[in-house]
Design a protein around this ligand. Structure first.
Ligand code: CUA
Length: 335
């Protein structure tokens, strides 16, 4: 085997392994590992398409092999005519079979799309707006605002209104639902449900600029009791800063005009052009799932958000170390 062929064979083997791994629901999340009724419906359509495509491949490859074998077995100088005429081959293989296959797929996809659009009674309403490059999340029936981490109750249908504040984004949680675009000036709706508690990773699925790849979010499905606790906590006015350091951090926060872009409920910070920070300390990630939410990462992020996420709209903040530490303490105390 030449080096080039070995290389190609190795690449094909790696691609096959990757396909199988993704198909088995490893990391990254796969639409073939459905965790709710909508995602299951979509996965069913995928498997049907895969089965039909495989059948077509096997039949065509079989005919090619049969034709090759037939030519070889014929005695020298003698050609055996086929029993199938050219016109019947074209009618069956080129018209009737494709029409049947595409007809079945059309009925199944239209029927599935129709089901995915059907409103469920008792659904939880959430409004999600895409910004470059993060997600604003609102619970209109509860008066709760958060960002980038969407809590939902497991086992209950959710109806999400999807909007965009700037360019076209696309909302996609592969394990829970299909993709729906977020188009400026328009409200689209996606319906989803998580069958059991868990954390499901979501992506922006429409190229929207420099940090498109770091425009992610988490859908966190809680047990119904945990969800009620989570949302009730966020409806209460927040207490004062928990420590002296956090109190100094709040002063730094207000003085640094963070509140011109960010909000913290119950305070003077009411900006709406950047993520709401009211429950920031309870979130697991920073920068739309760019990195883990801890003190070191947060300090780095505030000092220079462009190091890890170039092009985002947050300006660098230059603070003396003790003030930066206090600001971090304040933000991590918010929940
Ligand atoms: Cu938002 Cu890609």
């Amino acid at each position: 085997m030449t080096a080039g062929r070995r290389h190609r064979t190795a690449a094909l083997a790696a691609a096959a392994v990757a396909l199988v791994t993704v198909g088995c629901g490893g990391d990254p999340p796969s639409a073939l590992n459905p965790q709710g009724p909508q995602a299951e419906r979509i996965a069913d359509v995928w498997w049907l398409m895969f089965a039909m495509a495989t059948a077509v491949y096997v039949v065509v490859a079989g005919l090619i092999i049969a034709a090759a074998m037939r030519g070889r077995r014929a005695p020298e100088g003698e050609a055996r005519p086929s029993r199938i005429t050219d016109s019947s081959f074209i009618w069956v293989g080129g018209v009737i079979a494709p029409a049947l296959i595409l007809g079945v797929l059309a009925v199944v996809t239209v029927d599935s799309t129709n089901d995915l659009r059907r409103a469920e009674p008792g659904a939880l309403r959430i409004e999600v707006t895409g910004y470059r490059w993060w997600w604003d999340v609102r619970y209109p029936d509860h008066g709760v605002v958060t960002a980038n981490e969407i809590h939902i109750p497991a086992g209950r249908p959710v109806e999400m209104g999807l909007r965009s504040a700037d360019v076209i984004h696309s909302f996609w949680v592969p394990e829970l639902a299909g993709k729906v675009d977020q188009v400026p000036g328009q409200r689209n709706v996606i319906r989803l449900q998580a069958d059991k508690p868990g954390t499901y990773r979501g992506f922006c699925a429409e190229f929207c600029g420099l940090q498109h790849a770091k425009m992610q979010y988490l859908v966190i499905a809680d047990s119904p009791a945990d969800f009620t606790r989570w949302i009730t906590r966020r409806q209460r006015p927040p207490g004062g800063p928990a420590s002296e350091e956090a109190a100094l951090g709040q002063v730094v926060f207000n003085r640094s005009t963070c509140g011109a872009c960010h909000s913290v409920r119950g305070t003077a910070a009411t900006g709406t052009s950047a993520p709401d920070l009211s429950d920031f300390g309870s979130r697991t990630t920073i920068g739309a799932v760019s990195m883990e939410n801890n003190r070191v990462n947060l300090a780095e992020w505030i000092r220079n958000p462009h190091e890890s996420k170039p092009g985002n709209l947050m300006p660098p903040t230059y603070l003396p170390p003790e003030e930066l530490d206090a600001l971090v303490a304040y933000l991590e105390s918010l929940e």
